[in-house]
Design a protein around this ligand. Structure first.
Ligand SMILES: NC(=O)c1ccc[n+]([C@@H]2O[C@H](COP(=O)([O-])OP(=O)(O)OC[C@H]3O[C@@H](n4cnc5c(N)ncnc54)[C@H](OP(=O)(O)O)[C@@H]3O)[C@@H](O)[C@H]2O)c1
Length: 223
């Protein structure tokens, strides 16, 4: 599969690229094509050193080209930039492209980590993304509760659940395949896209629990 990562030069993008290059053609995206190529070169080296000879590949180019080429497109960008980035790239995706939002509307305040959408009465990420999609059934929300620190460390053993929301069974199945490819992650389907706000809110919950209780490497696992 061709997996494009918009904002792939960030921490999450690096983690996704390392993990999915084992089996897929990963395309790292950036506003700056040069930065994307440099990141792709660095990630390829790490992936090959960490996992041996990978079956896939990691290349890099500008966000718009990535959007045009991808079978699955991960929006690994900050909440504040959703409109600016998505208005440019989402009209370019193919009709069958599955668009994945791991975006968390979160801010740090005096009391701890808070959900911007609730605190400032703003739209949740999935709503903002869906405004720019031709085919809204192709959006899947996932990966809100796995931290970049875990994804970028190939030797760290993972045992976590990933909440998934989406309307189209086939699109959810494709995202589940990507989750399964990361050893130690399990997909937990929450329901239709409309319930994505529950997944988006779980990140500040997790981070406050971590800080207040001095828990290292927190994650969510349903038992
Ligand atoms: N970090 C985590 O552990 C974690 C965990 C779960 C979910 N998430 C979510 O995953 C997403 C990515 O997280 P991250 O920590 O990787 O984010 P990040 O490092 O802050 O940003 C990712 C990339 O977004 C691009 N970007 C930054 N400012 C931009 C702007 N003004 N306009 C357009 N693009 C911009 C940058 O790429 P270029 O400058 O190269 O274009 C940057 O490398 C976020 O929505 C976050 O809420 C993060």
């Amino acid at each position: 599969m061709k997996v494009g990562i918009i904002g792939g030069t960030g921490g999450m993008g690096k983690g996704f690229a390392l993990r999915w290059a084992i089996n897929n053609q990963v395309i790292v995206g950036s506003r700056d094509a040069g930065r994307a190529s440099e990141a792709a070169e660095e990630y390829s080296k790490i992936a090959n050193e960490s996992f041996g000879n990978i079956k896939g590949s990691i290349t890099g180019t500008d966000n718009v080209t990535v959007a045009k080429q991808s079978d699955v497109l991960i929006l690994s960008i900050p909440y504040e930039n959703i409109d600016a980035v998505c208005s440019e790239i989402l009209p370019q995706v193919s009709d069958n492209c599955v668009v994945v939002s791991p975006i968390v509307p979160m801010t740090k305040t005096d009391v701890g980590f808070e959900c911007v959408a609730i605190k400032e009465n703003k739209p949740f990420s999935y709503k903002l993304v869906s405004n720019h999609m031709k085919n809204k059934s192709k959006i899947v929300s996932a990966f809100h509760v796995i931290s970049e620190k875990k994804l970028i460390n190939p030797t760290l053993e993972l045992d976590y659940d990933i909440f998934v929301c989406g309307d189209d069974k086939d699109s959810v199945a494709i995202v589940n395949t990507l989750i399964d490819e990361i050893k130690g992650l399990r997909s937990i389907y929450l329901g239709p896209l409309e319930l994505s706000y529950l997944a988006e809110m779980s990140t500040p919950l997790l981070l406050n629990a971590m800080i207040q209780n001095k828990i290292k490497n927190p994650g969510i696992k349903i038992i």
